[in-house]
Every structure is written in structure tokens, then in C-alpha cells.
Design a protein around this ligand. Structure first.
Ligand SMILES: [Zn+2]
Length: 261
């Protein structure tokens, strides 16, 4: 876990939200271990903060899912930041009833909520937007093919986590140029950049920013993505405020220094 944070920090990341599986959150002292790893990396990279997010797999046996979910609720009291819903079927409409009920509990426990949707088909985007407490959506590339979904997404205020490399590598879009990131921006949808599964996809967050730049996103827009990421982060409000202040200071010094990052 320390390696993962270190790699992102070395790439210039100021906030990392690694995803963990059920195994991790069920381990005694999980949040203490996570904060210790964050503390060690923070000592070498003072700009870095990290928040833990647990991926919940809805297709697990109900008992196992309940067990992991309850561990998330307990960990929320120790600073677990959020949950990410993954479910089956993914490419056709799934049954969301249980996820809605759990999300309501999670939101009440102070956990941030995101869900994967619309990666390979438009299915589940509308249903995901109805998840109680949901503020972010992973991928959502297929929303760009349907103006109604785009408008719904824009009206919801939900932030889209764009994983450019992952979407090309796994075939969600045929090419980088075909990625709808710019369309999301045009619709006023808050966009952030994510590395998804950096080891498997062979990318880093720095590379994702370079790709977005190559797709025509200006330095100002990239800075805007970072500001969106901080605003939509599952970090406590005080931490988000501190990060935004640092970002503005960095922006000001980059401007006076004549550098554009
Ligand atoms: Zn993903």
C-alpha cells in the first residue's frame, strides 16, 4: 500500500484514493495501517494526502457482502473515506435495490459513494444516478452517446472519473481521440482524471494528465480537473479546503514564475 502511494506522490499527485477489496477492510487495524503508510509517504512527499476507498462487489454471496459492508461502516468511524459499487450484470441493467439500501446507510455513516457505470454500454447510468448519496461516477463514457443521459448527468452535478488509458486498453472507446472527456466538459459535467488500475493498465496519474493535454485540454483545464478532484474527494471538508488553498497558491506561483506546469 505504501508503494502505491509513493508512486503516485512521485508523479506529482497531491491526493490519492486507492481502492481496496473486502480482504483489506476485514483485516484488523486496516485504517491504522493505511494512515501509517500515508504518514510515511507524506514524510517524503509533504504535498501528498491519501484516502481509502473500498470496492464493494454486489455479486458476492449476501453474507459476505454484509460482512464487508459492516466492516466499511466500522472503518468509517476510523476515517475510511468511501465506497465504490461494482455489480453484475454490468452491461445490462442490474438490480439496484440492495445497493440503494446499503448506500443510504453508507451515506449516513459519512462515507462518500461512487459507482462504476456506462463503461461498455449505456446500461445502469440512470440507475446509478439514483443511488442515495452518490456524488461520483466511474467511466460513464456511454453517457456521451445519449443527450438525455448527458443532460441527466449534468443536472445531477455528479463528477465523472475519467480513466483515459483504461478506457482505450479495455475497449470502452476505440481511441484516445474518441474519448468523450471534452464532451463532458462542454456539458458542464465536472471531470476528474483517474488511473483506474495503474499496474494492470500500465499507466500513472501523470501519464493520464499528459494524455488529456494531448487531447487538447489546456493547462488551465487540467488544473480545473485537479480542483474538481479535490472538491469531489471523499476527504473530510477541512482537508479538501486545505488542498484547494494549496492548489490556488501553486497556481499563483506558477503564473508569476511564468511556468504553466
Ligand atoms: Zn474501473
Amino acid at each position: 500500500m505504501e508503494d502505491l502511494l509513493e508512486e503516485a506522490a512521485a508523479d506529482g499527485a497531491v491526493l490519492v484514493e486507492p481502492r481496496f477489496g473486502g480482504e483489506a477492510v476485514l483485516r484488523p487495524g486496516f485504517m491504522a495501517l493505511f494512515r501509517e503508510a500515508e504518514r510515511r509517504v507524506h514524510a517524503r512527499y509533504p504535498a501528498l494526502r491519501a484516502e481509502a476507498v473500498v470496492s464493494l462487489l454486489s455479486w458476492q454471496p449476501p453474507q459476505r457482502l454484509a460482512c464487508v459492508f459492516n466492516a466499511c461502516l466500522r472503518a468509517a468511524r476510523e476515517g475510511l473515506a468511501g465506497i465504490d459499487w461494482l455489480y453484475e450484470p454490468y452491461d445490462t441493467e442490474a438490480e439496484w435495490k440492495t445497493m440503494y439500501r446499503m448506500a443510504e446507510q453508507a451515506a449516513n455513516a459519512g462515507l462518500g459513494i461512487t459507482a462504476h457505470a456506462g463503461e461498455f454500454t449505456p446500461a445502469n447510468i440512470a440507475a446509478a444516478l439514483r443511488v442515495p448519496g452518490l456524488t461520483r461516477l466511474g467511466h460513464a463514457v456511454y453517457a456521451a452517446r445519449d443527450p438525455r443521459l448527458l443532460e441527466g448527468l449534468a443536472a445531477s452535478g455528479v463528477t465523472v472519473e475519467c480513466s483515459l488509458s483504461c478506457n482505450v486498453v479495455l475497449g470502452a472507446v476505440p481511441s484516445y481521440e474518441a474519448h468523450p472527456i471534452r464532451r463532458f466538459v462542454e456539458y458542464g459535467i465536472p471531470v476528474v482524471l483517474a488511473s483506474d488500475n495503474p499496474v494492470q493498465i500500465c499507466t500513472t496519474i501523470g501519464r493520464e494528465y499528459a494524455l488529456a493535454h494531448a487531447l487538447g485540454c489546456s493547462s488551465n483545464e487540467l488544473l480545473g480537473f485537479t480542483a474538481n478532484a479535490v472538491r469531489a474527494a471523499f476527504a473530510p471538508a477541512a482537508r479538501r479546503a486545505a488542498l484547494l488553498t494549496e492548489l490556488r497558491q501553486w497556481e499563483a506561483s506558477a503564473r508569476t514564475g511564468g511556468e504553466s506546469g
